[in-house]
Design a protein around this ligand. Structure first.
Ligand code: BDR
Ligand code: CA
Length: 312
C-alpha cells in the first residue's frame, strides 16, 4: 500500500477527500492527517478532520494540528464557501479522539525520516504552510519524499479567490513557492483540472444512495459545498477540488497534464499567489511539476463513490 500523509484544511471538499482516502484504505496507508489554517482556523480544521475520521470509524488515524497562519502573508480564509466552522450543513459533534500533541510539521519530518526513502507521498489540499515548515525544519527530508501531490494553483482557468490566483496558493504563496522549489517530484491538480470535475445532481445522488452512513454524509457535504459555487459559476454543480488529489493517487491514468516549470508570485499584491505556468516551455527554466489539466470526471466520481461505499 502507498504510504500517505494527508495535509488538509477541512473544509467541505477536504472532508469529502478525507472520506475518499479512508475508503481506499485497501490501497492507501494513511500514516496521519496534518491540519493547517486555510478555509478556517487550524483549531476548526483539526477538529473537523477528527470528526470525519470518527464518521468513518477510524479514530485510530493520528491527527495533528499545524500552522495557524501563513509563513509571511496576511491570513486569508474562505468561510463564505465552507461556513463559519468549515463544514456548513454537516452534523457536528465534539470528537472523542484526541489531537496528537506533536506539531504537524514535526510529524511530517519524523515520519519521512523513519520510513524508507521514497516511500511516503505527501498529499496536500490546503495552503502549503505545514509542508514548507517541514522542509525548512529539516531540508534533509526532501530527497526522501516520494512525491508531493498538491491541489492548488490555476493557469488557464483563472483564479477563484482573485482574478489571478487560486485560494490555496493565494493563502500562502511563499509556502507554495518553497514546495515547488524543493526538488521533490510534484504533481499539481489546479483549477484547470478541478473545474472539469464538478458535482452534478446524478453524481451526488449516487453517493447519497449508498447504503451506509458515510455516503449520505458525503452527499450532504457536497450539496452544502454547491451552495456558493453554483451561484458563482452558474452551472450544475461545484468543482470538487480536493478529491481530485486523492483520485490522482489512486488512478493517475484518469488524468492528463504536462511537465512544466511553475513559479509562484510572492511580491505583487495584485497577483499574489499567481501560478505562472510555462506551458509552452518558452523560458528555458527546468520543469519542476506535472501540471494536470485533464480528468475523466465520470471515472473519478465512480472511483470515489466506490471508496466511500466501503466505509461504515
Ligand atoms: C481550494 O480552496 C479551498 O477552499 C478548497 O478546500 C480547495 O482546497 C480550491 O481553490
Ligand atoms: Ca482544501
Amino acid at each position: 500500500r502507498q504510504k500517505v500523509i494527508f495535509d488538509t484544511d477541512p473544509g467541505l471538499d477536504d472532508a469529502v477527500a478525507l472520506l475518499f482516502l479512508l475508503g481506499a484504505s485497501d490501497r492507501l496507508d494513511l500514516l496521519g492527517v496534518t491540519c493547517v489554517a486555510g478555509n478556517v482556523g487550524v483549531g476548526a480544521t483539526s477538529r473537523n478532520a477528527r470528526i470525519v475520521c470518527e464518521w468513518a470509524g477510524r479514530p485510530d488515524v493520528p491527527v495533528y494540528a499545524g500552522a495557524a497562519a501563513p509563513l509571511c502573508a496576511s491570513v486569508a480564509t474562505a468561510e463564505e464557501v465552507h461556513g463559519e466552522g468549515g463544514m456548513a450543513g454537516a452534523p457536528m459533534h465534539t470528537p472523542a479522539m484526541p489531537l496528537q500533541p506533536l506539531h504537524a510539521a514535526q510529524f511530517i519530518v519524523d515520519t519521512v525520516r523513519e520510513q524508507a526513502p521514497g516511500s511516503v507521498t505527501l498529499c496536500a489540499v490546503g495552503p502549503l504552510t505545514n509542508l514548507a515548515l517541514a522542509l525548512s525544519l529539516a531540508p534533509d527530508i526532501a530527497p526522501r519524499i516520494g512525491r508531493i501531490v498538491v491541489m492548488g494553483g490555476a493557469y488557464f482557468e483563472g483564479g477563484n479567490i482573485t482574478p489571478s490566483a487560486e485560494f490555496n496558493f493565494y493563502a500562502d504563496p511563499h509556502a507554495a513557492a518553497r514546495v515547488l522549489h524543493a526538488g521533490v517530484p510534484v504533481t499539481v491538480l489546479p483549477l484547470d483540472a478541478t473545474h472539469k470535475a464538478c458535482t452534478a445532481a446524478s453524481r451526488v445522488a449516487r453517493v447519497a444512495a449508498l447504503p451506509n452512513v458515510c455516503g449520505p454524509l458525503a452527499a450532504r457535504l457536497m450539496t452544502s459545498f454547491e451552495r456558493h459555487d453554483v451561484q458563482k459559476y452558474g452551472q450544475d454543480g461545484a468543482p470538487l477540488h480536493d478529491p481530485c488529489a486523492v483520485a490522482w493517487l489512486l488512478a493517475p491514468a484518469l488524468f492528463g497534464g504536462r511537465e512544466v516549470n511553475v513559479e509562484i508570485e510572492t511580491a505583487s499584491a495584485l497577483t499574489r499567489g499567481h501560478s505562472s505556468v510555462d506551458w509552452w516551455h518558452s523560458t528555458g527554466r527546468a520543469p519542476n511539476a506535472t501540471w494536470i489539466t485533464e480528468v475523466d470526471a465520470d471515472a473519478m466520481f465512480a472511483l470515489m463513490a466506490a471508496a466511500i461505499g466501503r466505509l461504515p
